[in-house]
Design a protein around this ligand. Structure first.
Ligand code: NDP
Ligand code: NDP
Length: 319
C-alpha cells in the first residue's frame, strides 16, 4: 500500500502539522509536537535573528525528530533568518505571505524541504511552479493573517487539489479528529492546526489569552484590516476601536497609526486583552481545555481512527 504523502515527505508519524504562529510557537511547542508524532513549527515572524537561532538550537536539543521554521516572507530581516536556517540545517521551511519564487531555490539547493502557504488556486499554482514540495491551503476560518479572497476551507481544498499535483495540507477550521478526517476526505494529504495549539500547555501564548480562547463562542472572531493585511482576531476592545475607525471612514494611514507596532505581542504574549491584538481562528469556539501537545495529538488520532471505522455503520449514512 502507498504511504501518505505528507508522512513520507517529512518523515513523521501522523500528518498533523502545528502552524507557525507569531508569539505562540517557539521551540517548546515545536519540539513537543514533533516528539508526539506530528510536525512542530517555530514561528520566526516574531523573532529577532538571534532569538530564532536560540529557538532552533533548543528545539534540536529537545527532539531528534524533524521540525520546521515558518518564514513570513514580509519579515524585515529575512536574509538573516534564511542564513540561520541554512547554517543550522533546519530540515523543513514553511514560507508564507509573499512570493514563493524568492527563496525556494536557495532553500532547496541547501537540501531543505519547502512548503508554501496559499489562500487561492492562483497562488497554489504559482507555488507549485516555483518548485515547492507541498502547499498549505489555508481557508477563511483561520486565525491571524489571512488571504484576501475569503475562500473557506471547504471550498478551497477541493479547488486546490484539482489544480496541483504536489501534496496539500489543509488549514483553517481544523481542530480535532472529525475536522481532520473531513479535510482529508476533501482531498488533503494532511492538516495544519494553529488555534488548537495556541491553547496548549507548551505554547508561549500568555495564560490570559489562552483563557480567553477557551471562552470564545461562535461568532467571537472577526476578520478585519483588509486594507492592510487581512487578519482574524477576537472581538475585544482593540477590535471595536478599529470598527469605530471604519465607521468614521478613516484613511489607511489612520488604520496603520491605530495598529501601531507590536499589537500582537501586547495581546498574545503580554496578555493585554484590552489593547492587544488577539489572533485566533473560528475553531476557537470548539476548544474548552488547555492540554499538552502529546494529549492533543493522541486525542485527535483516537477520534480520527474511531470515526474512520464508524463511518460505514453510522445510521445517518444508511439511506
Ligand atoms: P500582496 O498581496 O501585495 O502581494 C505581494 C506580492 O507577493 C505579489 O507579487 C503577490 O503576487 C505575491 N504573493 C503574495 N502572497 C503570495 C502567496 N501566498 N503565494 C504566492 N505569491 C504571493 O502582499 P501582502 O504581503 O500584503 O500579502 C500577501 C498575502 O499573504 C495576503 O493574502 C495576506 O493576507 C497573506 N498573509 C499571510 C500571512 C501568514 O503568515 N499566513 C502573514 C501576512 C500576510 P501576485 O502579483 O501574483 O498577486
Ligand atoms: P509589528 O510591526 O507590529 O511588530 C513587530 C513585532 O515583531 C514586534 O513586537 C517585535 O518585537 C517583533 N520583531 C521580531 N523581529 C523583528 C525585526 N527584525 N524587526 C522589527 N520587529 C521585530 O508586526 P506584527 O506583530 O504584526 O508581525 C510581526 C511579524 O510576524 C511580521 O513579519 C508578520 O509578517 C509576521 N506575522 C505572521 C503571522 C503568521 O501567522 N505566520 C501572523 C502575524 C504576523 P519587539 O516588540 O520585542 O520589538
Amino acid at each position: 500500500m502507498k504511504e501518505n504523502r505528507i508522512v513520507k515527505l517529512f518523515g513523521i508519524k501522523y500528518p498533523i502539522i502545528q502552524a507557525g504562529m507569531v508569539w505562540c510557537s517557539g521551540w517548546k511547542l515545536a519540539s513537543a509536537v514533533s516528539s508526539s508524532g506530528g510536525l512542530g513549527i517555530i514561528g520566526s515572524g516574531s523573532m529577532y535573528p538571534d532569538v530564532l537561532k536560540k529557538h532552533i538550537l533548543k528545539c534540536k536539543k529537545a527532539t531528534n525528530l524533524p521540525f520546521a521554521v515558518n518564514l513570513p516572507l514580509l519579515y524585515p530581516n529575512i536574509e538573516e533568518h534564511v542564513s540561520t536556517i541554512i547554517e543550522h540545517k533546519v530540515p523543513i521551511v514553511f514560507t508564507s505571505a509573499g512570493n514563493p519564487n524568492t527563496w525556494t531555490k536557495e532553500l532547496k539547493s541547501n537540501n531543505i524541504k519547502v512548503v508554501h502557504v496559499v489562500s487561492s488556486v492562483k497562488f497554489a499554482l504559482k507555488a507549485e511552479l516555483s518548485g515547492v514540495d507541498a502547499v498549505v491551503a489555508e481557508g477563511f476560518e483561520a486565525g491571524g493573517h489571512n488571504g484576501r479572497e475569503e475562500t473557506t476551507t471547504l471550498c478551497l481544498v477541493p479547488d486546490v487539489v484539482n489544480a496541483i499535483n504536489i501534496p496539500l495540507i489543509a488549514a483553517g477550521g481544523i481542530v480535532d479528529g472529525k475536522s481532520m478526517l473531513s479535510a482529508m476526505i476533501l482531498g488533503a494529504d494532511g492538516v495544519q492546526m494553529g488555534t488548537r495549539f495556541v491553547a496548549c500547555k507548551e505554547s508561549s501564548a500568555h495564560d490570559s489569552f489562552k483563557n480567553m480562547v477557551l471562552k470564545a463562542k461562535e461568532g467571537d472572531t472577526k476578520l478585519t484590516l483588509k486594507e492592510l493585511t487581512p487578519v482574524r482576531m477576537l472581538n475585544n476592545n482593540f477590535y471595536r476601536e478599529i470598527v469605530q475607525l471604519y465607521q468614521e471612514n478613516a484613511s489607511k494611514e489612520k488604520l496603520l497609526k491605530k495598529l501601531g507596532k507590536g499589537r500582537a505581542k501586547k495581546g498574545m504574549y503580554e496578555g493585554d486583552l484590552i489593547n492587544g491584538e488577539l489572533e485566533i481562528g473560528q475553531a476557537s469556539s470548539q476548544i474548552r481545555e488547555v492540554y499538552s501537545a502529546a494529549q492533543i495529538i493522541k486525542d485527535i488520532m483516537n477520534e480520527f481512527k474511531k470515526l474512520k471505522q464508524q463511518i460505514n455503520i453510522e445510521s445517518k449514512f444508511n439511506f
